[in-house]
Design a protein around this ligand. Structure first.
Ligand SMILES: Nc1ncnc2c1ncn2[C@@H]1O[C@H](COP(=O)(O)OP(=O)(O)OP(=O)(O)O)[C@@H](O)[C@H]1O
Length: 254
């Protein structure tokens, strides 16, 4: 099934005198994991917010599958298949893991309307299948009936990702999904991202763990001072002189 491509063209966002995102072009292609790296304050979160719709650009446009979605609210974007996870997981803490997934699964156009009409109060068979498979793939089946608020950070992140996957997204935007995960959980996350991309979903991964980004992505954008300073395969971006200068000073590419 062919999925929608997400593109940002000429995106800019200023905060007073500071240009946080400066004329950025970015593409998140279907079936690929695209990475976004950069030092603190580079503008990654702001660019991410412009793509999700949490922030509006001062100039430039965002397209999903060729459709201009620049003025579309994040919730509406989500129902069109553009789904995000947050730096701080945003889950219903008093609900079980399974119920959180059900909300995600039904917050997609067709199921959403069906839900409003009362047609899928407990989730359709297909929805349940998607939820069960997603829980299994993240090794979360054992906590399906656990109240979400009682879980540690690593598990919360994986549950949030599971909920996003249950919406059957076209494009998945992940902000720091590995933060708070241990080595094993990070490995499981990497495997899952490759598998999800293999099913045709476009993924944008923003993470401070540059080794994770380089190991799991097909394409990387490096940002410094609001601008894209390098883009290409992980191998090419790793060797880029500007990227090396920025990161060698900080250590992670040494
Ligand atoms: N709401 C805001 N108001 C004013 N300045 C902001 C705001 N949001 C971000 N900035 C500034 O814009 C610049 C880019 O910030 P942004 O958070 O996008 O960078 P980042 O690459 O995500 O950094 P980090 O890796 O530390 O999260 C920074 O100088 C930041 O201080």
């Amino acid at each position: 099934m062919s999925r929608a491509e997400l593109t940002g063209r000429g995106l800019a966002r200023r905060y007073g005198g500071l240009t946080a995102v400066d004329n950025v072009d970015i593409t998140v292609a279907p079936g690929k994991v695209t990475g976004l790296i950069g030092p603190n304050g580079a503008g990654k979160s702001t660019l991410f917010s412009l793509l999700t719709g949490v922030e509006k650009p001062d100039s430039g446009k965002v397209f999903l599958g060729g459709r201009n979605i620049t003025r579309m609210h994040p919730d509406v974007r989500a129902r069109h298949g553009l789904v995000q996870t947050f730096q701080v997981p945003s889950l219903f803490t008093s609900m079980t893991v399974m119920d959180n997934l059900l909300v995600g699964a039904e917050n997609r156009r067709r199921d959403y309307i069906g839900g409003l009409l009362g047609r899928t109060p407990h989730g359709s068979t297909r929805t349940r299948r998607v939820m069960t498979r997603t829980l299994e793939s993240l090794n979360l089946t054992g906590i399906a009936d656990t109240t979400t608020g009682t879980l540690p950070t690593g598990a919360l992140r994986l549950v949030e990702l599971a909920r996003a996957l249950c919406t059957r997204p076209d494009v998945l935007l992940l902000d720091e999904p590995a933060s708070g995960l241990d080595g094993q959980e990070t490995e499981r996350l990497s495997g899952l991202l490759r598998r999800v991309a293999g099913e045709g979903v476009g993924i944008l991964l923003v993470d401070h763990d540059v080794e994770l980004v380089f190991s799991v992505t097909d394409q990387v954008y490096a940002m410094v001072g609001g601008r894209i300073v390098a883009e290409g395969t992980p191998a090419a971006v790793r060797e880029d002189p500007t990227v090396r200068a920025v990161y060698l000073a900080q250590g992670p590419l040494a």
